[in-house]
Design a protein around this ligand. Structure first.
Ligand SMILES: [Zn+2]
Length: 71
């Protein structure tokens, strides 16, 4: 099990049965996906001035989604 990798990111929460979720944020305008795991900083920690790299929308229009990962 990739426990080290899971503990590194607070966005990945271990569930009771050992599964965990990866948090992504999707731009409602262009469907750009911000995957916390692939970025240097989690979405919640990027500044308010952050803009969607694709359509320049503000981070306010992004919606959070949790994707369960199977071991
Ligand atoms: Zn966008």
């Amino acid at each position: 099990m990739l426990l080290k990798r899971i503990l590194k990111k607070k966005s990945e929460r271990i569930k009771d049965h050992g599964d965990f979720v990866v948090t992504i944020h999707r731009c409602k305008r262009c469907n750009y996906l911000y995957v916390d795991e692939e970025q240097k900083i989690p979405f919640e920690e990027v500044g308010d001035e952050w803009k969607c790299p694709k359509c320049r929308s503000s981070k306010k229009i992004f919606v959070e989604k949790e994707i369960p990962q199977k071991n």
